[in-house]
Ligand binder design. Structure first.
Ligand code: SF4
Length: 238
C-alpha cells in the first residue's frame, strides 16, 4: 500500500545530474546512452551482434543493466535478455519500474538474471514484489523511516559500494532493499535534529546506517546543536 501519493522518486534519482549538459563528460555520456538506447530499442539484434566475453579471465562476475534511465520498450528488454543468455557466467541485475514490459515478456527462465522492482514512489509501506520479480527496491526519507520503524539496509554512499555489499546482486534471503532518499526533502537541520534524537536514545543500530549516509561536514557543522541536546556528536565521527 502506498503512503506516498505524489512522492515520485525519479526527481531524486542519483542519475539526474548526468542529464544536465553542463560538462563535456555529461554530453559524451548522453550521446553514448542515446546511441545505445536507439540501437537496443529499434530492432532485435542478431546473436553475433551481442556483447560476449570469450576470455574467462575478463568475465565480469556482476553487471547492472541499464544503470541510467529506464527500459524503453519490449525490444530493448528482449535484447537485454539475449545479452544475459549469451553470457551465462555473469550475474545480471536489472532495476526497473516498467512492470508492464516485464509482465508481458517474462524472464525467460534465465538463472543469471535478477529482477528488482523499483518502487516508483518513496515512503511506501509494505512494498510488494510483483511476479516475476525477485526483489523490490524502496526509498524512504529519514523521518518516515524513523517514524515507521523501517530498516534501512542499503548503505550505498561515497564510502560504501555495491561490490562490497552485493545484496541486490545475489539471490539470498534479502528480498526488500530499503535506501534513504538522496537529497531528502528534509533540510539538513531537520535531519540533524532527528539524528540527535536517535543519538540520545542510544539506539546505535539505527544510528549507524544514518551516519553512513550523512556527510561528516554536516555533523561537524552541528556540534553546537548536539551539545545543546547533551549529545557529543564528535563521538560519532569516523
Ligand atoms: S543494497 Fe548493496 S548492492 Fe544493493 S544498491 Fe545498496 S549497496 Fe548496492
Amino acid at each position: 500500500m502506498s503512503q506516498a501519493k505524489g512522492n515520485v522518486v525519479c526527481k531524486y534519482c542519483y542519475s539526474i545530474k548526468t542529464t544536465i549538459p553542463n560538462s563535456p563528460n555529461n554530453i559524451r555520456c548522453q550521446n553514448a546512452w542515446k546511441r545505445i538506447g536507439d540501437l537496443l530499442s529499434s530492432r532485435i539484434l542478431d546473436y553475433n551482434e551481442l556483447p560476449f566475453s570469450k576470455n574467462r579471465d575478463k568475465i565480469f562476475p556482476y553487471v547492472r543493466l541499464s544503470s541510467h534511465e529506464e527500459l524503453i520498450n519490449g525490444t530493448h528488454y528482449l535484447n537485454l535478455l539475449n545479452i544475459v543468455e549469451k553470457n551465462p557466467l555473469t550475474i545480471f541485475v536489472l532495476w526497473t519500474k516498467r512492470l508492464d514490459i516485464i509482465k508481458k515478456f517474462g524472464r525467460h527462465d534465465l538463472s543469471n538474471l535478477i529482477l528488482l522492482f523499483s518502487q516508483p514512489s518513496f515512503n511506501v509501506i509494505d512494498p510488494k514484489i510483483p511476479i516475476p520479480f525477485d526483489k523490490t527496491f524502496s526509498v524512504y526519507t529519514i523521518q518516515f523511516a524513523t517514524e515507521n520503524d523501517i530498516k534501512i539496509n542499503c548503505h550505498i554512499s561515497k564510502n560504501a559500494k555495491c561490490i562490497n555489499c552485493l545484496k541486490c546482486f545475489q539471490l539470498n534471503n534479502v528480498s526488500h532493499i530499503n535506501e534513504l532518499l538522496k537529497g531528502s526533502p528534509l533540510n539538513w537541520r531537520d535531519i540533524t535534529i532527528l539524528l540527535v534524537d536517535l543519538l540520545r536514545s542510544n539506539n546505535l543500530d539505527s544510528i549507524k546506517p544514518l551516519l553512513d549516509q550523512i556527510d561528516e561536514e554536516l555533523l561537524l557543522n552541528n556540534i553546537d546543536l548536539g551539545l545543546r541536546h547533551q549529545v557529543d556528536i564528535t563521538r560519532y565521527l569516523k
